[in-house]
Design a binder for this molecule. Structure first.
Ligand code: IVH
Length: 683
């Protein structure tokens, strides 16, 4: 195999000396903006716009510029401040001991620099390091009082975190009690919450089915699960834990001893841990673990090196951002070179056609990679990709590898330009491309690829919530001609289902019961179930509330639709077009015949906001105040006009005035419309 494992270069290419002061200032501002945005997305939205490595590289670049130009240094710079994962709607708990970040490096040289700094204060003869795996998860602080688990708190901004105890109680591997060998006053245990790759895979399949959404990676899924409002929902996502620290007022003994004590107390402690004396020892362990990295059932992104003696740790102290006794040696993203053999196209539920790269098979991180995602056709153009090109393929925290660049110097003469397909690869219909959307699209609602996926969307949890129907069943129903659209589901009988392979009497009865039970879900879920382009859960609910019946929505003109504050041009056109399609007419007629409710049933008996009092101020981005009030009240919340200590949340929009000031003064949580939508599970 003519492949080559390429190391991603990691060298700060800082040419500050060649830049004018103005240029430096501009560069600093740009880097800060990019990093603040990335931090925000990583912690709050659970999605990161760049790889960890890019992020770390940019932080280093910024730190170097700030060091050279202290006049531009800033207290709140991302080089100093810890990113924040705080979310609205969670009780804020102050950390007794701040939760700092750790310094990190990708190079042996920097590791040696760090070791040198440590040995300036600690005699190498007395020095020992513990090396552990750096688990790619979410930091967690567990507070035990009287040997009972009392609080579980996220890192938050390092000083204050979100309390997520109810969700953490679902993690079976976390002991709720400490043994008598532990003190009976406050004990804090820190560790990492993570999701195994297997559990991620299982959950991702479920997510695709029920939410129509793929999760980005195990870390982000774990972070998102901790922030769910419903602990039952959170329990569905199987999380795990590794403990790596005990915090007490007067630390004594060794970190190694603490790890053993944690293990004895029943905490899961990673068994990959080693004691070493110097940089060579650290490097050896790191190299060994890199070899087994892909055999581990969870993702790691490097190793953590800690000074073993707890008193030496105190002696070494900290900077504002991180302790000086610990460093992470991070593994470079693994990248390999291979050849792009062909490109095929997949058709999604909404008809989006996405290109898939077919590669000359290559080992990457222990698995044989044959395919990689290319996201959309613009990506092919951005990369300047041609068939037969040599390409660099990377595997980040994600499961599916991606093509990151083309080795142009190796382009063969006979490399072929990749032409966007004109026809759907599944049904042959002409593809369209709308102006702002990057995706190519198949508009044929009867395209088999779309039919399967749209049925799965219809039965999914946020839509009609029909249990016991998965991809295998939908495919055999379609294959045997028992259904052609979602409406046909309602006409299935027990006998037909039992005729399918692997369908027992009891299972068939369950399927029928679930289908019949979904008839009264109501208009909001039905609209969502239709899977109309650009119309998600929130807009479906708004449309249902506004029009009350499917008949009224169907008769709505473009103007009627546009008169709804939240419905923009694109959405209005999409809805209008959907209801002018003869296939939609046939579908609705059949649903009506089956007795599926086509009317709004009112808000579901939700109580997400029970006991919470809201005050509204300013102009909200999409909801009118009246709409917002109605939504809050339907979810069991109360609204009042003035802010007091009893106010739970101030929902603030643009140009918020005195109410905002008062809320801040009284320490009332201030939230935005997107925050409220998140609380209600609407986004
Ligand atoms: S020690 C003050 N040990 O990595 C030092 N952290 O990028 C506390 N992490 O916030 C952290 N595995 O969430 C430590 N074995 C390990 C770890 C670990 C993963 C995480 C942790 C930390 C982050 C820093």
């Amino acid at each position: 195999m003519n492949s080559l494992a390429v190391a991603v270069p990691f060298k700060a290419e800082i040419r500050a000396e060649m830049m004018t002061k103005k240029e430096v200032q501009k560069k600093i501002q740009e880097l800060r903006a990019v990093l603040v945005d990335a931090n925000e997305k990583y912690y709050r939205l659970g999605r990161s716009p760049m790889s960890d490595e890019d992020f770390d590289f940019k932080v280093k670049e910024l730190a170097a510029l700030e060091a050279e130009h202290p006049e531009f240094a800033l207290e709140a710079s991302p080089t100093v401040a810890v990113g924040s994962d705080l979310s609205p709607g969670f009780r804020k708990v102050e950390h007794k001991y701040p939760m700092l970040s750790i310094q990190n490096t990708y190079s042996e040289e920097e590791l040696a620099d760090w070791h040198r700094q440590v040995t300036e204060k600690i005699d190498p003869a007395d020095l020992e390091y513990v090396v552990e795996l750096k688990i790619d998860g979410v930091a967690m602080s567990l507070v035990y009082e009287n040997r009972k688990l009392n609080l579980a708190v996220t890192r938050g901004d390092g000083t204050v975190g979100d309390e997520v105890t109810r969700n953490v109680l679902n993690i079976k591997s976390i002991p709720t009690k400490l043994p008598p060998s532990f003190p009976d006053d406050r004990v804090e245990v820190r560790g990492e919450i993570y999701m195994t790759r297997q559990n991620f895979k299982t959950f991702n399949e479920y997510s695709l089915l029920t939410y129509g959404k793929e999760q980005q990676n195990p870390r982000n899924t774990a972070a998102g699960s901790l922030k769910l409002k419903d602990p039952k929902e959170s329990a569905l996502r199987k999380l795990d834990f590794f403990a790596y620290a005990i915090l007490v007022d007067k630390p004594d003994g060794t970190h190694w001893g603490n790890l053993n004590a944690l293990e004895k107390a029943g905490f899961p402690v990673n068994d990959k841990r080693a004691k070493v004396k110097d940089v060579a020892g650290i490097m050896e362990v790191c190299a060994d673990w890199l070899k087994i990295r892909d055999d581990l059932p969870y993702n790691i992104d490097g190793a953590v090196v800690k000074v073993n003696d707890l008193r030496q740790q105190i002696q070494l102290g900290r900077t504002s951002k991180s302790p000086k006794w610990v460093i992470a040696y991070k593994y470079k993203t693994e990248a390999v070179e291979t050849v792009l053999e062909s490109v095929s196209y997949q058709v999604g539920r909404t008809g989006a056609v996405t290109p898939v790269a077919h590669l000359k098979p290559i080992l990457l991180g222990g698995t044989l990679v044959k395919r990689a995602t290319l996201h959309n056709f613009d990506e092919i153009e951005r990369l300047g990709l041609k068939i037969k090109d040599h390409v660099i393929v990377e595997k980040g925290g994600e499961i599916i590898p991606k093509v990151v660049s083309v080795v142009e110097s190796k382009r063969p003469r006979n490399a072929e330009t990749i032409e966007p397909p004109a026809q759907c690869p599944v049904c042959g219909s002409d593809l369209t491309k709308d102006e702002e959307a990057v995706a190519l699209r198949c508009d044929n609602l009867q395209c088999p690829a779309q039919v399967t996926r749209s049925i799965l969307h219809f039965v999914g949890r946020p839509a009609m919530n029909i249990e016991h129907i998965g991809p295998a069943l939908v495919e055999s129903l379609l294959k045997d001609g028992l259904i052609r659209s979602v409406a046909d589901l309602y006409f299935l009988n027990q006998e037909q289902l039992e005729s399918l392979e692997r369908m027992a009497e009891k299972s068939a009865a369950n399927v029928i019961e679930s289908i019949q039970g979904s008839k009264t879900r109501g208009l909001d879920r039905l609209i969502h179930g239709f899977g109309i382009r650009f119309i998600g859960k929130t807009s479906s609910t708004l449309l249902a509330r506004h029009f009350k019946t499917l008949e009224a929505l169907r008769a709505a003109s473009l103007e009627d639709l546009l008169a709804i504050h939240e419905i923009g041009d694109r959405m209005a056109e999409s809805i209008f077009k959907f209801f002018r399609n003869p296939i939609t007419d046939a579908l609705i007629a059949k649903l009506a015949e089956a007795g599926v409710s086509l009317e709004y049933q009112g808000a579901e008996g939700s109580d997400e906001l029970a006991g919470k009092t809201f005050v509204l101020t300013g102009t909200l981005p999409t909801w009118s105040r009246e709409e917002a009030k109605e939504i809050i009240e339907k979810a069991g919340g109360k609204t009042t006009d003035s802010v007091s200590k009893k106010t739970s949340f101030l929902l603030a929009g643009e140009a918020a005035g005195s109410k905002l000031e008062k809320a801040k003064k009284l320490g009332v949580s201030v939230i935005s419309e997107p925050d409220l939508k998140k609380m209600l599970g609407l986004s």
